[in-house]
Every structure is written in structure tokens, then in C-alpha cells.
Design a protein around this ligand. Sequence first.
Ligand code: C2O
Ligand code: CU
Length: 472
Amino acid sequence: MLATFALLAPVGWLWWGSLLPTPYAVTDMGYVDTGGAPAPETHDHHGVGVDTLRETSTAAPAVSLTLTARRQAIPLPSGRTLDGYTLNGTSPGPLIRIRQGDVLQVRLVNADVPDGITLHWHGVDVPNGDDGTAGVTQDAVGPGGEFVYRFVARDAGTYWYHSHQVANTQVQRGLYGVLVVEPRDGPTGPDVVAAAHVHEGARLLDGRRAVLPVPAAPGTRIRVRMVNTDNGPTSAWVTGAPYRLVAIDGTEVHDPPPVTGESVLLTAGGRLDLEVTVPPGGARVEIGGNAAVVLGDGPGPAAAPRPDRALDPLVYGTPAPLGFDPAAADRRFDYDIGRRPGFVDGVPGLWWTVNGHMWPDVPMYMVARGDVVRMRIANGSGEVHPMHLHGHHAVVLSRNGVPATGSPWWIDSLDVADGDSYEIAFVADNPGVWMDHCHNLTHPSEGLMAHLMYEGVTTPYRVGGPSGNDPE
Ligand code: C2O
Ligand code: CU
């Protein structure tokens, strides 16, 4: 009996220690990591509340709309229906277009989604109070409730929005849409949005079909805005014409040369804009090998298999100023992803770890406004992780020790393959409490989630408890 006790007691202790308080503040979780900077004098609850960090521009919204979420059966091309969620009756929700510098106002109404909903503006560096993260920047909007998001679309590019309440289920079942911000000095020319989403094994480009025909006269230059709304990476390639990779995660690539015979990797949550000049026979933008955008007036070229080579953004395009000096970093963080057996909230499993720690005992990355931050993201966990930091854009400095030599590679979603290690850098210029997590949305609920927190900022919101907030 003693032997059994000696064996079970430590396990019981681990189990008990893993139980999460309910409700809890994400800002109380884990341990403070100051990235080598001196610790702030106090870590208390008297900072600026994230709910007060809202858009300061008083300009009238140029685009204002209501999005109403419902639980609804979504017809699939297979003839089956999905027990899904819609926004204004469709999935994806309406495509939102706005001009850079204008104010977007979206009133989110929850008709009848039982678990509550939010909208997160993936890749848009919004004020923290508009970030749409349940239990961190707002309470989930319950049935009959509403929430108004309002922010200046400061950066042109391709973005998307999705629920960040029970996100894994709600995004998979359709609560998402695309946001395009046109450059201030006029549209980039004709474009097409291809938001790839897999329902029951079939990849759809607009929620309805796998092949999207885009009629266009030869010679037309078209921008294909690809969005990966799924949990895993996919790749894209073009047959019939060369292409240029003109934007990554909303940011224009500097001097993108024409590419043939190479695919591009489209990470989960990521966006890539390809530019193609339509040749006489048409061109085919293949997404994942089971979906395509066909540009031209005819059927286009036949589908071709994925090229063996992949474009490497580390060496693509030419350098340009970053606007800050990563060598003068104020903070240096590690986000080292591993995996080991243990308990999370009392549940035994093989859980993800960050710097060797299991959720909720993960680092709280502390910054002060204006800091230059470097972060090394390393993955030794056996699986790929598309890492997404809210509210900021980071530039890739190196991969596996090899420095970037092409165009500045700005990302908000970075595919970190098993065995890879990246160094990224960014300026902490957007105060708040920001999630920094894997966008394979099954993984954050398994503990692959940390936060970037500004000194002097606090949150009145809680995860769990009466609010029902459950961001993942
Ligand atoms: Cu697109 Cu935290 O997510
Ligand atoms: Cu992951």
C-alpha cells in the first residue's frame, strides 16, 4: 500500500496542481518573462483596462454593416448539409472591402449561437479592445446580444475575420469571412478572393465550390488573394503562366520577381496574394491540388501536379528598410515548442509545452510600449505549428540560423515546421493583452497558447465561469 501511495502521490499532486481556477484571468496565468529587461515594479490589477483601448479616431465609418450570426444548416456540394454557422445567412460571411485609412464599423449580432461568439480581425493590427478574443479583450456575445467593432483600416492588404469563442469548432463550421483593405491611392487592379476552407474533406473556395472561374481577357493582370482558413498548411501553384508573389499576410513584397515551377506554402491563418497576367490559353491557380481559380475566358489549362520546388520567402524579392533596428532589441524571447505527457486541467494527455512548461504555466511575454522585440520560435514537438501573434506584424530575420536576404518578410502567421527555428522581430507599438498561439485551432485548446502583455495593461474579462468565455 505504501508503495502504491508513493507511486500515486506525485501523480495526484501533478493532477491537482494542473486544475485551472474558474473563472481565471489570463494575465494571472504562468510566469512573467521580461525578455531580459528589468522587471516592472508592480504587477497588479490597477493598470489600463483593455476595454478602454479602443479606436481613438472620431471619423465617421466609411463602411458600416451588421453581421448576424446564426446556427444554420449549410448545404455542401456533396449534397449533404453541415450543422454550421453563418453570418448574414452565408458561410463565409460577406466579403468586406474598405479603403486604407477609412473607418470600418461592424455590429456583430448573435441571433442564436448557443455558446456565444466574437469576431477577431486576423492580421489587422486593431486596438486591443477590438481584437475580439473572448475572455481576454471582451466577453463572448451571447444569443440576443451584440458588440460593435470600430477601427481604422490602417494597412492595405488581405485579411480575414473569424470567431474567437470556441474558435476551433466555430471557425471549422463556418463563422469566418474575408476583409480586403484597398490601398489608399486606388485599387491594385482586378482581384479575386479565394478563401480556402475544407468541409468534410472537400476544399471549397467560396464555401460553395472547388473551382472558381474568373472570366478575364488575355493580358489582364489579376491579383488572387488566397486565404487559408483551415487548421493545416496547404500549397498553391500556377499553371499556364508565371506568377509573382506580391503580398504575404497583407504586406506587399518588395520587388517580387516572376516565378515558374515553384509552389508557395499557404500556412493556416495566412494569406498570400499572387499576381498573374492572363495568357491567351488562361491560367490555373491550384490550391492544395483539389481546388483552383481558373483565370481566362475558356476552361484554362489542365490541372498539373505540384512542382517539386517551393518558393522560399527568405530569399525572394529584394531588401527594403524595416523602419526599425532588430539589432537594438530591448527584449529577447524564446517560444520553444515541445510536447510531453502530463495533466492540463486535470486531464491526462500528451500536451504541448512552451519553453518546457505546460499550460497554464507558460511564459507571459512582458513588453513596454516602444520596445523592439526579438523572438526565437523553435519547434521540436513532432508536428507543424502555424504561429500567430495578434495585433502586430513581425519580420522574419532568419530560419535555422540562415539570415533572410530577400524582401522584408512580414508575417502575422508563420508556418513553423517540426525541427525548424525562426527568429522574428517586431516593434511593440500596440498596447494590450494579445494572444500568441498556434493557428491549428485544435492545438491552443491543448495548451499551445501564450500571451504578449504590455506593462500597465490589465483585463477585466475572465475565461470560464458565468461569462462562458472560452477563446479556443
Ligand atoms: Cu485567427 Cu487567435 O486567431
Ligand atoms: Cu500547433
